[in-house]
Design a binder for this molecule. Structure first.
Ligand code: NI
Ligand code: MN
Length: 221
């Protein structure tokens, strides 16, 4: 059984009885009141170094003796603060004990000089999960959908900083994802969106099924 816990914003965990991974661990203001001390994980995936994504990564890594997986520039940044890091970069894959990780492009700032934002495709005990990170829509998502058989696409729909709902719908179609989970919306008024409207639009065109997970809630993948 694989559990998906949505903490809030772009922060979530996936885990089974052996391994738990947290993505973009921005905990400030999360409705469950989760603090870095509450997070028990082996790996931390970080898409870029903006504060709403890097978040408490270093603190969580140090408390758990966990490894931060990110692009080389972000890995360098966290390593300077004493965290264990595995540097990767766009287009690269690596077989971790839990499964294969592919680093994907994301059209967005990296938050660190010379870097580039990214997303991840994670093979986790039989499920293929694409976390787009912060990104615009880009046509190579079609290629990702051809290379990988994506079960779950976790896509930003907030607009303003990333793609909005209409572009995320196109992304879902190009990725050929079976299921889409929207994230990165309603954290602040500037990214206010109605996820149920997004779900209706995607499902009306039979592009994918959409699961709206409320912050602080969990589902089984
Ligand atoms: Ni960002
Ligand atoms: Mn962001």
């Amino acid at each position: 059984m694989i559990k998906f816990d949505y903490i809030h914003h772009a922060c979530f965990t996936i885990g089974n009885k052996d391994t738990k991974i947290i993505f973009d661990p921005f905990l400030d203001g999360n409705p469950g009141g989760i603090t870095p001390a509450d997070v028990k994980v082996s790996y931390i995936l970080v898409s870029h170094a903006h504060a709403d994504h890097l978040g408490s990564a270093v603190e969580i890594a140090l408390q758990n003796n966990a490894t931060i997986i990110s692009t080389a520039e972000v890995a360098g940044l966290v390593a300077e603060k004493g965290a264990q890091a595995h540097a990767m970069h766009i287009g690269g894959t690596y077989d971790f004990p839990f499964g294969k990780v592919r680093v994907t492009p994301a059209f967005h700032g990296s938050g660190v000089p010379g870097g580039h934002a990214c997303g991840f495709i994670v093979h986790f005990f039989g499920k293929t999960i694409y976390f787009a990170g912060d990104t615009s829509l880009f046509s190579d998502m079609k290629l990702l959908g051809e290379i990988e058989n994506i079960d779950y696409a976790i896509l930003p729909i907030g607009d303003n900083y990333t793609m909005g709902p209409d572009d995320a719908k196109r992304a879902a179609a190009m990725l050929k994802a079976k299921t889409v989970i929207p994230i990165h919306y309603n954290t602040w008024p500037v990214i206010a969106q109605d996820p149920e409207k997004f779900k209706q639009a995607v499902e009306a065109e039979k592009i994918a099924s959409v699961i709206v997970v409320k912050p602080g809630k969990s589902i089984e993948l």
